[in-house]
Design a protein around this ligand. Structure first.
Ligand code: TPP
Ligand code: SF4
Ligand code: MG
Length: 312
């Protein structure tokens, strides 16, 4: 059973008054992450909504030392800082526990622009946590497609709906043989909290990806963030899983969908509630395109069920 939201610690690493939109899923997720990591951490950020909304020194919205870096260098910069603090500790120049070094990066920065350095850090198994908050688009620059954008989505660079399926980034990270990989989303805060606590206590590269439904890109009402997050999981469009040392397990309610104990909700309702699919749903080939999206979801569920049976 995941930790109840009522039992989460009181510490707040995300301070009130930052510049994010109301109902921002990235900020919501970061708040939970902060409760799990605590204050002894160093945060790296690449250009994104989370940078745009954090404010400026001395009025930063995040209560950690924060470093803004280029997209291409999140993996290498985090690795460098992690190695530096370990050497400082060895030399007696750092007292107390080592800080957790973590990157907080969007899907554009993770799936696309920063993938190379992240892949290299994971292959070296550098002692970092990479968080990808995945709002399925480049939101900060006006909603362009990314490798995480699902098929059929309208963005400013896919005006007739994206034609390609999204890639399975968490699985790609698992194939780097890192000790911990997990997916999460804001509608299940206890699940997210538990996964971050686990990652914090594991040495090596940890990758946690958080689905972050964004009202701007997905086109729904700001107050509905959590509802969309929950619908993504219930329809199987987002799967909750974790892998410790390569062994995949699924978390509730995805576990019941994978086991066949619960049917995934048809994707139709999930699509209809989001403006980003509206052009597709009004087109003459709507049924065929919905079927393609449902096909992507069904294939991914079948694939992950089989992939979880493989250990090495
Ligand atoms: C090398 C480089 N290319 C493009 C940009 C412009 N840029 C700033 S934020 C951003 C979007 C990032 O998308 P994502 O990582 O998904 O974060 P989100 O905006 O969705 O929070 C882009 C393309 C940049 N700063 N640097
Ligand atoms: S555009 Fe989306 S991700 Fe960006 S600050 Fe607003 S709600 Fe958050
Ligand atoms: Mg994004």
């Amino acid at each position: 059973m995941a930790t109840s939201i009522k039992k989460l610690p009181d510490n707040e690493q995300v301070l009130s008054g930052n510049g994010a939109c109301g109902g921002c899923p990235a900020t919501m997720a970061l708040r939970i992450v902060g409760k799990a990591l605590g204050p002894n951490a160093i945060m790296l950020l690449t250009p994104s909504c989370s940078v745009a909304s954090m404010g400026m020194t001395p009025k930063l919205g995040y209560n950690w030392p924060c470093i803004n870096i280029t997209f291409a260098s999140a993996g290498s910069s985090a690795a460098g800082i992690s190695n530096a603090v370990e050497i400082m500790k060895e030399k007696g120049r750092l007292e107390g526990d080592l800080p957790t070094i973590f990157s907080w990066v969007g899907d554009g920065g993770t799936y696309d622009i920063g993938f190379q350095a992240l892949s290299a850090a994971a292959e070296r198994n550098d002692n970092i946590i990479h968080f990808c908050y995945n709002n399925e688009a480049y939101s900060n620059t006006g909603v362009q497609r990314s490798g995480a954008t699902p098929r059929g989505t309208f963005t400013t660079t896919t005006p007739s709906g994206k034609l390609q399926a999204k890639k399975n980034m968490a699985l790609l990270m698992l194939e780097h043989h890192i000790p911990y990989v997990a997916t999460a989303t804001v509608a299940y805060p206890g699940d997210l909290y538990d996964k971050v606590v686990k990652a914090k206590n594991i040495r090596g590269t940890k990758y946690i990806e958080i689905l972050a439904p964004c009202y701007l890109g997905w086109q729904f009402d700001m107050a509905e963030t959590v509802q969309h997050s929950r619908m993504a999981v219930r329809s199987g469009a987002w799967l909750l899983w974790e892998a410790e040392n390569g062994q995949i397990s699924f978390n509730s309610p995805t576990a019941q969908i994978i086991d066949g104990k619960r049917k995934a909700a048809p994707v139709d309702e999930y699509l209809w509630k989001q403006g980003r699919f509206s052009r597709l749903l009004k087109g003459p080939d709507a049924q065929q395109r919905i079927a393609e999206i449902q096909g992507d979801i069904d294939r991914e569920i079948d694939f992950m069920r089989e992939r979880a049976r493989i250990t090495y």
